[in-house]
Design a protein around this ligand. Structure first.
Ligand code: APR
Ligand code: PHB
Length: 396
């Protein structure tokens, strides 16, 4: 059965952070857009992801006028901690970077702010849109079709923004020969736990322990988020709460581990780690942004922040196109976005390698990690490199 056929300027596939931030940026610039999302709002908002916002992302929420809760509830962290076999040391990010910091504010909160403001600001989202398909993406008049409520819909547009994550339809709509992909899959995962308990420290602790990596993080002063590295053949059932807390405390070391409040977990999941980049982030009038184009391992929490910087650049390209009528801005988007993406890929890969236990690691490899951590601990120069990457590199 036939449903609607209509037109907009930009069709956005996916209502995750990339799609929703882009939609708000475009609406602010008076560009019409429609967001097409496969799932419902509760699903998208409920997904537990990282929650460390770089200055670029905080500034974007402020520019959109969506930072009221973030300013009230976000936790400003001017430092972060590294640990080696239980010995914790602090990197004073603000002192090393001329005042930069990160803000701990969960992705779920960011999504709630973006969704709450969508209606009032005229950001239209089609939830439960199935079988989205992209057509004529190599032409200046592409269109998108999908199925919703048993009807077939069609949206004609000038531009399609592929913001539908790693498993979405956008990247795979591009002819394979037009793309190059680069990938590293890590031989372990992260087992993450959310617990209604005060965090063990007021800042994050990234811990390299001979039994494997551990991370102490948080969502608020009363909600902790912890992770431990696990092997990929393990299942949630292998990790009852008691076993998780024992292993976490061991890996965090006596001091930080001793401050962990053990309370029942209310979310527990295992995520694989991957580095992945697609080049270019464009094919004709289809532009990829966020996880649709690249994945980072979570060490350093760059995923959401890269989605934010991509869509800032994409919105600039789109608004320039409507201002000048020239494709020149489109031509620059991919190179500009990839320049920042690759630096964040490098940092996330390096930080993962520094802090995790690899199955084929030799005694020599482990000494290299502990020597590098000792070097960082004693060197202001090394700490500055770490700090400026962690707080986020500038947009160029
Ligand atoms: N049609 C419509 N929507 C789709 C389709 C499809 N075929 N495939 C996926 N989607 C939707 C998903 O349901 C999801 O809501 O696209 C959205 C993609 O969101 P994310 O995977 O979060 O990707 P992105 O917005 O790029 O966010 C990047 O946020 O979730 C984190 O790990 C992610 O840190 C990364 C950052
Ligand atoms: C998180 O709080 O979920 C988190 C924090 C920092 C990371 C990754 C995840 O590097």
């Amino acid at each position: 059965m036939s449903g609607s056929r209509r037109r907009t300027q930009v069709a956005i596939i996916g209502a995750g952070p990339a799609g929703m931030l882009l939609a708000h940026l475009l609406r602010q610039a008076d560009v019409d857009c429609v967001v097409i999302e496969r799932r419902d709002r509760d699903y998208v908002e409920g997904r537990v992801r990282a929650g460390v916002l770089e200055q670029v992302t905080v500034d974007l929420m402020a520019r959109l006028g969506l930072d009221r809760r973030l300013r009230e509830e976000g936790l400003v962290h001017t430092g972060t901690n590294l640990a080696c076999d239980g010995e914790v040391f602090r990197i004073d990010m603000a002192a090393l970077t001329g005042g930069s910091a990160v803000v701990v504010y969960g992705q779920q909160e960011v999504m709630r702010d973006l969704f709450d403001a969508a209606g009032p600001r005229g950001v239209e989202i089609m939830f439960d849109a199935h079988d989205a398909a992209l057509h004529d993406i190599g032409s200046p008049q592409p269109y998108v079709t999908w199925r919703q409520d048993g009807l077939e819909h069609r949206l004609d547009c000038d531009v399609i923004a592929g913001c539908d994550g790693f498993h979405g339809v956008s990247r795979t709509s591009i002819p394979a020969e037009a793309l190059a992909t680069f990938e590293r899959v890590y031989p372990f995962g992260w087992l993450g736990v959310l617990a209604e308990a005060p965090p063990c420290d007021h800042e994050l602790i990234y811990s390299n322990h001979e039994r494997g990596f551990a991370l102490a993080s948080m969502r608020s002063p009363t909600r902790s988020r912890y992770y431990i590295q696990c092997s990929l053949d393990q299942r949630i059932e292998d990790w009852p709460d008691d076993r998780f807390w024992d292993e976490l405390c061991l890996r965090l070391g006596r001091s930080a581990g001793g401050r962990v409040t053990r309370s029942p977990s209310f979310e527990k999941s295992i995520a694989p780690l991957r580095s992945f980049v697609t080049e270019p982030m464009r094919y004709g009038r289809l532009f990829l942004a966020g996880d649709a184009a690249h994945i980072v391992p979570p060490t350093g929490a760059k995923g959401l922040n890269l989605a934010a910087s991509d869509v800032i650049m994409l919105s600039e390209a789109v608004t320039e196109y409507y201002r000048t009528g020239s494709d020149a801005a489109f031509d620059r988007y991919s190179d500009r976005a990839l320049a920042r993406v690759w630096k964040a890929e490098r940092f996330s890969w390096w930080f993962t390698g520094l802090t995790h236990r690899f199955p084929d690691m030799t005694g020599f490899d482990r000494r290299m990690q502990t020597a590098e951590l000792a070097y960082i601990r004693g060197s202001r120069a090394a700490q500055t490199v770490m700090a400026e990457n962690y707080v986020g590199l500038p947009l160029e």
